[in-house]
Ligand binder design. Structure first.
Ligand code: ADP
Length: 762
């Protein structure tokens, strides 16, 4: 079988094809004999035979037979069947080798229907061609055709239709759809030619009007693309934008909006005041990823490995993430449920978000919500504003460049409200799977589908997240790291990264184990590792200077050199005092940076029953003071008059960390009990718990961080609310083993255990 590559021709089964003899000779590797079977391959580019390679061919081809009669300058080929190219190869000698299989069409048009269209079109062609010098040839050729496929094949050389359009006819599986396309091509072309011939006849028939309009548009587009091809360097910005819009795959609504603005730009011209703004708008619209990005197959094992490799510890967190990934895989969903990572700064919330993206082979984008006050920050400004911009969500999508990124919404607890609308309610729409497939940014003004985005939120605390938002999310706690975990993170992750950042090979810096532990304990004070990372970065920079100045090519850093390397004084840590005087009790506080211990100090001074509160206490804590006072007065009736005769002064030292929340209730009550009874409470004993007027100790938050702080401060015994017992599962063994943890249900139990009960009313 002879293989004939052709380009820019209409090649269809069951028709006839005329190829100029010279072109035929150039495209084949040997002379052909009449009656020989051939295969017509369609090439992607107009390449010479020598340049063809295995990738040069379109996937569909047609078989045929060379006609027996001689036809002036042409070789006529009767085409037979449509076939698919399963494999194509070109040998170094330019021989084309193929394996093919049948690709029959669906015959969904009956013969009489086809004949009617065929006759009508042939008539149109003949009457149209009669005005041209090539008319007689065309007329003669059409008489050879017996069907629509043949008609378009012979008429196509006279038409302006692109190689792609020509091939699209062969791609059409349904014969009916193909017939409609052929009709459209021919009538549009004839209309186009009529327009050109400056004929003044007005054709009023509706169908013709439609074809006429389509033909004008097509001709403009065709001429424009020809111009662009000839002078790509002259393409205007506007034209480039138009091309971008065509290629962007945007939905109909967006396309209309873009078209509207482009028309305004054309009408108003570049000197228009709003030109730049309109340009930016259409540019953003064209850049947005409109085409749906396909998710890759999820490999759970690999995902696990990625999470393991990037982060030390965080066992429960990783397990929960893997579950989420598995569910997404099973349900074939790209978004999954919305996770909210909650914990102190530097506990790895954001960076694990990045690892999730890596594990899923998806783009990662971080949107910071800290300090966002206006709805417009989320949803964009309307374009009528000067300096209007899209909101952060659409901006994030545009940066990611795909429709399905992993989007980390950072610091969702730092959203605030202003008179310019509530950003939380806008965010609610972003996160709601029912609504987010048509999320409309005010700037964009057309809906954008966010339903494939995987959202992950991060927060330091749950307290300030509006309830409706919180309801949509699944909270995962990041509890902060123990000292030994921090050590491992520093050695395995932070130090190698810091060394790499300054370009020092790993073996050139050696930080002794003792020095590393000292950095953690004396130079940082945090639940996470952000400060630790900064210290190690500083250390490596100092080391780099020393190495470059060339005294040594290897440095060993000892504990006593740290002040020099880190250029800072060790941080003061609250440590459990040697002894307390009556009225002073050690409490445990949760702060945004993790946990801390605090001393609650109480004192009576001569006065008249006033309560003086100093230190940075929040409103909730002030209420706890009143509850504690009432409770102590009722439990020690014979001491109640002390409160009337004296002024009560309550102080919480170390005012640097604002403390609020009711969890100091039990500490306050115990401190006052100690004050009124005159008995000391050991500073090695710390406590946390909310207290009610009935003397019931109720649960508190942040237990893991508080216990870690207790361990760090050298406390040995801790009272925790009975109802928090289950939270001990989240506390590292290392912490649990170094403390005696006693769950308590009532104030009375605490007072008993602290020997303050003797004179209390039970
Ligand atoms: P967050 O978002 O919780 O404030 P980040 O994700 O910004 O914290 O983490 C701060 C730095 O600490 C990052 O460089 C991160 O890679 C690193 N880090 C935190 N936790 C771990 C961990 N478990 N293993 C390795 N590196 C960690």
């Amino acid at each position: 079988m002879l293989v004939i590559p052709v380009h820019n021709m209409v090649v269809l089964p069951n028709s006839v094809l005329y190829i100029r003899k010279d072109a035929f000779a150039a495209s084949t590797d040997r002379p052909a004999s009449r009656g020989e079977k051939v295969i017509l391959l369609i090439t992607k580019e107009d390449d010479e035979r020598e340049k063809l390679n295995a990738d040069s061919f379109k996937p569909l081809a047609v078989t045929g037979i060379i006609r027996n009669e001689d036809l002036y300058d042409f070789v006529a080929i009767d085409t037979l069947d449509r076939v698919g190219i399963d494999m194509a190869d070109v040998t170094p000698e330019h021989k084309i080798q193929l394996s093919i299989s049948a690709r029959p069409e669906v015959k969904d048009m009956d013969e009489s229907e086809e004949n009617a269209v065929f006759t009508k079109l042939r008539q149109e062609i003949i009457s149209f061609a009669s005005n041209y010098e090539w008319g007689p040839v065309t007329r003669q050729l059409t008489t050879f055709c017996s069907n629509l496929n043949g008609l378009i094949s012979v008429f196509a050389p006279f038409m302006y239709i692109s190689a792609e359009e020509r091939y699209s006819l062969l791609e059409e599986n349904s014969t009916k759809a193909r017939a409609e396309k052929i009709e459209q091509f021919i009538l549009e072309f004839i209309e186009m030619a009529r327009l050109n011939s400056d004929s003044s006849e007005h054709i009023e028939q509706d169908t013709k009007k439609i074809y006429r309009e389509a033909a004008i548009k097509k001709q403009i587009a065709y001429l424009q693309s020809e111009l662009d091809k000839l002078h790509p360097e002259n393409m205007t910005e506007l034209r480039k934008l138009e091309l971008k819009i065509e290629e962007s795959g945007m939905n109909e609504e967006a396309r209309k909006e873009a078209g509207k603005i482009i028309n305004r730009m054309k009408n108003e011209g570049e000197n228009s005041q709003e030109y730049a703004m309109m340009f930016d708008y259409v540019d953003l619209l064209a850049k947005l990823p409109w085409k749906k990005s396909e998710a890759e197959e999820i490999d759970l094992k690999e995902a696990r490995e990625v999470l393991e490799a990037d982060h030390f510890g965080l066992k429960k967190v990783k397990e929960r993430i893997i579950q989420q990934i598995a569910v997404m895989d099973l349900k074939k969903e790209q978004s999954g449920s919305i996770l909210c990572f909650v914990g102190a700064p530097g506990t790895g919330k954001t960076s694990i978000g990045k690892s999730i993206a890596k594990a899923l082979h998806r783009e990662y984008v971080r949107v910071s919500l800290g300090g966002v006050r206006d709805e417009a920050d989320i949803r964009g400004h309307r374009r009528t504003y000067i300096g209007a911009m899209p909101g952060r969500i659409i901006d994030g999508i545009s940066k990611a460049g795909v429709s399905n990124p992993v989007m980390v919404l950072d610091e969702i607890d730092k959203l605030s409200q202003s008179y310019n609308g509530d950003p939380a309610s806008a965010l609610l729409e972003v996160l709601d799977p029912e609504q987010n497939s048509t999320f409309t940014d005010h700037y964009l003004n057309v809906p954008y589908d966010l339903s494939d985005v995987m959202f992950i939120c991060t927060a330091n605390s749950l307290d300030t997240i509006p309830a409706p938002l919180l309801n949509r999310m699944e909270v995962i706690q990041f509890n902060g790291y123990t000292e030994s975990e921090k050590y491992q993170i520093a050695v395995k992750h932070l130090l190698p990264k810091a060394e790499k950042a300054v370009g020092i090979p790993e073996e050139h810096i050696n930080i002794t184990e003792e020095a590393m532990h000292t950095i953690i304990s004396d130079y940082t004070k945090e639940g996470g590792v952000r400060g630790l990372k900064k210290r190690l970065d500083t250390l490596c920079r100092t080391a780099a200077v020393k190495l470059v100045s060339g005294e040594n090519d290897k440095l060993t850093i000892e504990k006593d050199q740290l002040r020099d390397y880190l250029d800072m004084k060790p941080i003061h840590h609250e440590v459990a005092a040697e002894s307390n005087q009556p009225g002073v009790v050690t409490g445990l506080a949760w702060t945004q940076a993790g946990g801390d211990i605090l001393y609650i100090e109480t004192l009576f001074t001569k006065g008249s029953g006033k309560t003086i509160i100093t230190g940075q206490l929040g409103d909730v804590m002030k209420e706890s003071v009143q509850i504690a006072v009432s409770l102590v007065k009722s439990m020690y009736p014979d001491k109640a008059e002390l409160f009337d005769k004296n002024d009560l002064h309550i102080h919480v030292p170390d005012g640097a960390v604002p403390k609020d929340g009711p969890s100091a209730g039990i500490t306050l009550t115990t401190a006052l009990s100690s004050l009124v009874t005159g008995h000391r409470v050991s500073p090695q004993l710390a406590m946390t718990g909310e207290v009610s007027l009935r003397g019931v100790v109720s649960p508190i938050g942040g237990l893991p961080e508080k216990l870690m702080a207790a361990k760090r401060a050298g406390v040995s015994k801790v009272f925790i609310p009975e109802e928090n017992k289950d939270d001990l599962n989240d506390v590292a063994d290392e912490v649990k083993n170094s403390l005696t943890i006693i769950p308590v249900a009532s104030v009375a139990e605490v007072l008993k255990q602290t020997q303050l009960m003797t004179s209390a009313v039970q």
